[in-house]
Design a binder for this molecule. Structure first.
Ligand code: ZN
Length: 305
């Protein structure tokens, strides 16, 4: 019950304090009272320190957050306590017309004694992680060509570009082996990943097959791939499956770009350009975005393991 009464009083005080950003006269009803120089109200103090006023008993004011308790005693030799330990010089904490004022200098004493809110803050997943994205083919090498005239190199570049954008937004350091319709040798693509010491190399391709009904994505790793490559392939395949795509699973093949890459490396075949329905989908900007989003999710999962 007492707490409720205090809450009512505090709410009233907060209304008074909130309009008072700097030291100056405090308006209480019709009275104008002088405020000591170099002081701030307890409301301002709480706001600056990220604390809430928990109780005001008249003899003390208690401020809190999830892990700290600050107590202020307003009397001539009053003292501030942070988590039970005295901080700052004695005195200077005064009550004027019910509002507690503290010396401005007390803020920094209290701040330096507060425990951090989250003691173990993990660095973000993307921190310092580098991903090399390789849009397959390009320039004189169109890659697979669909029966409706869609070139693999264009689909690869579009999806890789989307993927790069998403991963950059996550904070990853992203390198594209090509950003335009240019030809790059396979060894150079792997070389870019090796020189960059990439945490993951992701080559983006689209399939083609004589059987025009063949469909779905496949994630490749080279034979005898590292545990990290396998985990990344599994995570990307699973993410694409969760996104509702037809997935053919993780397979092994000694593609040049996979064999020549020192670090973890996967090659994603997005789907079959030889399948007319799938070719149309692969050329669709929305589908390209969905593919990129799913691959990005798989990469995040892989790198968090
Ligand atoms: Zn290809």
């Amino acid at each position: 019950m007492q707490k409720l009464v205090y809450a009512g009083i505090l709410a009233a005080l907060a209304t008074v304090g909130s309009g008072c950003q700097q030291s100056g006269p405090v308006h209480m009803g019709h009275d104008i009272l002088p405020v000591p120089e170099s002081t701030i109200s307890v409301h301002q103090l709480a706001q600056r320190l990220g604390l809430t006023i928990y109780a005001d008993t008249g003899t003390l004011v208690s401020l809190r957050n999830a892990v700290n308790s600050v107590t202020l005693f307003p009397n001539p030799s009053g003292q501030a306590y942070v988590n039970g330990k005295p901080v700052g010089p004695r005195g200077g904490i005064v009550r004027i017309s019910g509002v507690l004022f503290v010396p401005t200098s007390l803020e920094s004493y209290i701040r330096s004694a507060l425990k951090p809110l989250s003691i173990s803050v993990k660095p973000p997943l993307a921190y310092g992680r580098r991903i090399v994205i390789d849009p397959g083919h390009g320039g004189k090498d169109p890659g697979a060509i669909s029966p409706i005239g869609i070139n693999e190199k264009s689909v690869n570049l579009a999806v890789a570009g989307e993927l790069a954008q998403i991963l950059k937004q996550d904070g990853f350091d992203v390198i594209l082996t090509r950003q335009a319709d240019v030809f790059i040798e396979l060894d150079e693509r792997a070389g870019i990943a090796n020189r960059a010491k990439a945490d993951l190399f992701v080559s983006i391709h689209a399939d083609s097959c004589n059987n025009r009904s063949a469909r779905g994505s496949t994630v490749y790793i080279c034979r005898n791939a590292s545990r990290k490559s396998f985990a990344a392939a599994k995570a990307v395949d699973a993410a694409m499956e969760r996104a509702g795509m037809a997935c053919r699973g993780v397979r092994e093949a000694n593609y040049r770009v996979l064999v020549s890459t020192d670090g973890p490396a996967i090659l994603v075949e997005l789907g079959y350009l030889s399948n007319i329905a799938e070719a149309k989908a692969l050329a669709d900007h929305n589908v390209q975005g969905r593919l990129a989003t799913a691959i990005a999710e798989g990469i995040r999962t892989a790198l968090s393991q």
